[in-house]
Write a protein that binds this ligand. Structure first.
Ligand code: HEC
Length: 193
């Protein structure tokens, strides 16, 4: 029994010495299949050329006609006719409820309030600091759920598109909240504000 104890003790001391050896620290260990790309991968820069692609471009665009999983393509074009079509025919797939309104409010505060103001009256912080002009009060615009969605997708005049920042359902949540803001701003509802 004693022997085993000595053997274990001596081997442990031995191991602890070897693990501190400088030699081992400096030299890399044995590398299997060292010649493959798995150890030293070729790090192509995003915007540099890349010979693996036919056109030699590093940053490839998605294949034409493909869409993100879960994303529904928006077919209405960015034209005046498209705007009118969206205004009259496009309907929200979401039901109006407190959960959607709360999400819409949060997203509106992040993405829109800086110009449009928390109440949608066109008095966002950028307007107060005179950084942007021409922000309408929602009550002065004949907007519908379809037209609001369309404007989020494409922007309008001085307003840029917000399509890339927001997912489809997030856009509709904001639409729902903008409609609520507008209703609250209309003259018949302002008295109790
Ligand atoms: C950089 C400032 C800015 C931001 C941010 C912004 N807007 Fe606008 N928005 C504008 C301006 C300017 C107009 C007036 C465009 C026009 O009709 O000439 C406008 C107009 C609108 C209109 C009325 C369009 C119509 O059909 O008459 C809606 C609705 C609207 N914005 C919604 C939004 C929503 C929703 C967001 C956030 C997702 C947003 N905006 C973010 C500047 C902004």
């Amino acid at each position: 029994m004693k022997h085993i104890f000595y053997i274990v003790a001596i081997s442990l001391i031995g191991i602890s010495f070897t693990s501190c050896s400088n030699d081992i620290m400096r030299k890399p260990n044995v590398r299997y299949m060292a010649a493959t790309d798995m150890y030293t991968s070729v790090g192509y820069e995003t915007y540099a050329t890349n010979p693996n692609f036919k056109n030699g471009v590093g940053a490839q665009l998605p294949v034409a006609g493909t869409i993100f999983r879960g994303e529904i393509p928006y077919e209405i074009p960015d034209t005046n006719e498209g705007y009118l079509l969206a205004k009259e025919t496009l309907k929200s797939p979401l039901e109006t409820n407190d959960v959607n309104l709360a999400k819409g409010k949060a997203l509106f505060t992040i993405n829109c309030a800086i110009c449009h103001g928390d109440k949608g009256d066109g008095q966002g912080i950028l307007v107060q600091r005179e950084k942007v002009l021409g922000i309408p009060n929602y009550k002065d615009r004949e907007i519908t759920e379809g037209s609001i969605y369309h404007v989020i997708m494409y922007g309008r005049n001085m307003m840029g598109s917000h399509a890339s920042q927001l997912k489809d359902n997030e856009r509709w949540e904001i639409v729902q909240y903008v409609e609520k803001l507008r209703t609250d701003l209309l003259p018949q509802n302002t008295s109790n504000n």
